[in-house]
Unconditional design. Structure first.
Lengths: 461, 393
């Protein structure tokens, strides 16, 4: 350990001074020093100091720990929580140069959490308390003799299976069916005549309400047999997903923004030469392309630096436009707006096609037509784009069947997983039938799950 | 102006409970997979070290996901990729390297396999199982050779036989000879390391160890009505029984008796693969078993387990004799079981189960096996026998 807490505090003051000069606007910052064991521990609970118990966190720990020990994977080099005050962890084994880099990086994230619009509903001032309260509540259910550990685990397992099926974009206001109906007719009757008044009943058939993708909320509101504690667990899982979703949706931007700022701040810090070399080395380690994969740091940093107008020299005027971008965009819009053909070529992005174990290049970035395909495929797999959209169609009245639709976009579902996931939904739907419409090999099919039976039938309609 | 929280040396391990639970669940999964796998193995002669593959329906966190076989994606490359270039080709592989470390092909990585030795598998499988309620034979035991008896010490040897005590003493001797005081040594910076000459190894000699013996008599109906499915169930049952007893007793012998109207002792291969036809006289097998016991396995010296698998299709005229000889068998055996194999539910006439209910010996068990899944519970029931006659469904 070549540093003391005083050293960190001293460097931190310098970093903060530069950050404020540059116009970063962040929550008060707290750093906690921890060792690698703690770090993996925090990582498996997504950084939260307290979280409800579930085996999946244990599994995550084992996995990280094994990978780390086998040397297959380094440790996350920083861990920041979207909270106010912002909480970040520093690894005790890192040298001072690395700590300085991490601290500067953290201020970038901190500023992003505070200013990006996608985080506006996450209520960072209550986050740590909320997660603690959730954990306490779930523990209290575990201690209730009539529920117990297994009872809670059964619901948690099922809730985790559909945890991402909530409203993905909290910024979009969902209208109730009644509101949708009045909007629909409002639009229809722009130039209303008396005759149209009479026609309304006829046209009622054509009105189809837009479906909700908030499966968890639908289950909470409509399941007739779930007990209050079961609904509460669902609600806890839903709330925690809503808290984490913006981080998934802004991964590339967030890392790009933080990397851009650690790079800028450290150049302005005037580090002693030996430390500067260390810093450049660490920076390049983080911002390197992962051939065959995607490094969000690399992609984000390059786009951000490009937007800021970065030149080879470090003395340049930072384009203030980037502050607006960090405020209003999410990865999908960020890539669509700013990922140009030249940048894609620089990043070496290409599109590949999988066909039963055979992977071939289908489009490359320096193709005049192909580059847009590459970009659109990238956007489709970014953030929650990698999670299928499942919408609730309704409840069939006679046998209380829960009807779900997979919004098919050319990507097929893994049927083995569909089976098991529907089994979990069956648990939450009190063993009434669950149906899912999707596409398999070009055919519309209906998957049905009822009391242990899973069937896939071609849709005859 | 940030706040820094110092590293606290206090050991925290918050994920320990969740890890524990995860381990428990994994172990459960392995256990569930194992009885299926063992049921598939060829019966005897598999060495304990043989690696078998146990499919674990792993602890996946199931969600709706996109399939991994088809579809497109974007990755970063070197910038030299060409359109149409093949990056990876594993499409032909499953045929070529057949069964070589391949996981379950369907449902993506849904099922992954782990390799464990047969011994470990049996260990896991029988973990919850108690020894059957039978005594080891007290009067006589067979002899096996083990390398255990200590006959002295030697300068050369393998590490495992290092005598730590003697080695320590040699070092202390050497220290005293040099006039070094051990309390002073502790305080000073200097050390007094072990020398190669200090090392002493135990010399062992072959010793005789006494063990109790076990013999399993496998009796199977090979009459025309025993089809492949029924034989398969019987075979799985015998294999599990054999591995279990083998893991508990050093010396397990196994005798195969096949019967239709006549019984004869056969080899393992004949026992499982050779079809016979004709009617069924269960008593013939029991009498043959009694003969063999009298000839070769004195009940005073041997733990005798007999198990008979049949579809219960016996000549009615033979029933009386069958019961009589079964009673005789229970007197010489530690445990005698009868398993009726009836894969089809509707077929309920001509069963021996009702007949055998008349036997009131404590070490007699009646079981019914319908499917592959019922083999393992049947065996458990057989070994965890209650005081009363047990019926399995």
């Amino acid at each position: 350990m070549d540093w003391s807490l005083d050293d960190l505090a001293r460097w931190n003051d310098k970093i903060e001074e530069i950050a404020q000069e540059c116009g970063l606007d962040y929550y008060p910052q707290e750093f906690e020093v921890c060792d690698y064991h703690d770090m993996i521990g925090y990582q498996s609970y997504v950084g939260m100091p307290s979280r409800y118990p579930h085996w999946s966190f244990g599994k995550s720990f084992e996995k990280q720990n094994t990978l780390y020990k086998m040397g297959a994977q380094g440790l996350a080099y920083e861990m920041v929580i979207n909270s106010d005050p912002c909480l970040a962890y520093l690894m005790i084994d890192n040298p001072l140069s690395m700590q300085i880099l991490v601290m500067a990086h953290v201020y970038g994230h901190n500023d992003f959490f505070k200013n990006n619009i996608n985080f506006s509903h996450t209520r960072p001032e209550f986050v740590l308390e909320n997660f603690k309260l959730h954990a306490d509540r779930i523990r209290s259910y575990i201690e209730t003799p009539s529920i117990g550990y297994k009872g809670v685990e059964r619901i948690l397992d099922a809730a985790h299976a559909i945890s991402f099926h909530v409203d993905r974009n909290q910024r979009i206001v969902r209208l109730s069916e009644q509101e949708q109906r009045s909007h629909y007719y409002g639009a229809l009757n722009k130039d209303k005549t008396y005759w149209d008044e009479l026609k309304i009943k006829e046209e009622d058939e054509e009105f189809i309400p837009s479906l909700s993708e908030d499966l968890i909320l639908f289950l909470i509101e409509n399941s007739r047999f779930l007990e209050d504690w079961e609904k509460d667990i669902l609600n806890i899982v839903r709330e925690e997903t809503l808290y984490f979703l913006p981080q998934m949706e802004t991964k590339i931007m967030n890392e790009g923004w933080a990397s851009f700022w650690h790079y800028t701040i450290l150049h302005k810090l005037k580090l002693p030469p030996a430390m500067h070399v260390d810093f450049i080395r660490s920076h390049n380690q983080v911002i390197r392309p992962h051939v065959g994969g995607l490094n969000p740091y690399h992609i984000g940093f390059n786009i951000m630096a490009h937007l800021a107008g970065k030149k080879d020299m470090f003395e340049y005027e930072i384009n203030p436009q980037i502050f607006d971008v960090r405020e209003v965009d999410r990865d999908v819009s960020f890539l669509r707006r700013f990922l140009t053909r030249e940048l894609m070529e620089e990043l070496g992005l290409f599109e590949y096609q999988r066909n039963n174990g055979r992977i071939s290049v289908s489009n490359i970035s320096d193709d005049m037509k192909g580059w847009k395909e590459v970009r659109d495929t990238l956007i489709a797999q970014t953030g929650t784009g990698s999670i299928p959209i499942i919408k609730v169609k309704g409840i069939a009245p006679l046998n209380n069947t829960l009807q779900l639709v997979h919004e098919f976009d050319g990507r097929e579902l893994e049927l083995g997983y569909v089976h098991k996931t529907m089994q979990h939904i069956g648990t939450l739907w009190s063993d009434f039938p669950v149906k899912l419409e999707t596409n398999v090999e070009g055919n519309k099919v209906i998957c049905t799950y009822q009391k242990g039976e899973f069937t896939v039938e071609t849709d005859s309609e | 102006m940030a706040i820094f929280k110092e590293f606290s040396k206090q050991k925290r391990d918050r994920s320990v409970a969740d890890r524990q639970r995860h381990k428990e669940l994994v172990k459960d999964k392995i256990k569930k997979g194992i009885s299926d796998v063992i049921a598939n193995e060829s019966i005897i002669g598999q060495s304990k070290d043989k690696k078998i593959k146990v499919p674990i329906r792993g602890l996946k966190e199931y969600r709706f996901v996109y399939g991994s076989n088809k579809g497109k994606g974007v990755a970063q490359g070197t910038g030299k990729e060409q359109k149409g270039q093949v990056i990876q080709d594993q499409s032909g592989q499953p045929q070529k390297g057949k069964g070589k470390g391949e996981a379950g092909e369907d449902a993506g990585e849904d099922i992954y396999e782990t390799e464990i030795s047969l011994e470990e598998a049996v260990e896991l499988m029988f973990e919850d199982l108690e020894l059957p309620d039978m005594d080891q034979k007290k009067y006589f035991q067979s002899e096996t050779e083990v390398l255990r008896k200590l006959v002295g010490y030697q300068k050369k040897g393998i590490r495992a036989r290092l005598s730590k005590r003697k080695t320590m003493m040699n070092r202390i001797k050497r220290m005293k000879a040099k006039g070094i005081d051990s309390t002073e040594l502790k305080q000073s910076e200097e050390t007094f390391p072990f020398h190669n000459d200090d090392l002493v190894y135990r010399r062992l000699q072959v010793d005789i160890e006494e063990h109790s013996n076990a013999v399993i008599l496998c009796l199977m109906d090979t009459s025309g009505s025993m089809d492949q499915t029924k034989k398969y169930l019987a075979r799985s049952f015998y294999f599990m029984l054999y591995t279990f007893l083998q893991s508990r007793y050093e010396n397990t012998e196994i005798v195969f008796i096949a019967h239709h109207t006549e019984a004869k002792e056969v080899t393992e291969d004949e026992f499982f693969h050779k079809g016979e036809s004709g009617g069924t006289k269960i008593s013939s097998a029991y009498i043959k078993a009694l003969d063999i016991i009298e000839d070769r396995y004195n009940p005073a010296l041997w733990n005798i387990y007999a198990f008979h698998c049949s579809d219960g299709d016996n000549f009615a005229s033979d029933n009386k004799l069958a019961i009589e000889s079964a009673e005789k068998l229970t007197q010489v055996c530690n445990l005698f079981g009868y398993g009726e194999i009836k894969p089809d539910m509707g077929y309920s006439w001509s069963t021996m189960l009702d007949e055998f209910k008349k036997i009131e010996e404590e070490n007699f068990v009646c079981l019914r096996m319908r499917s592959k899944e019922s083999v393992w519970p049947a065996l458990k029931k057989f070994l965890n026998k209650d005081r009363s006659n047990t019926m399995m469904d």
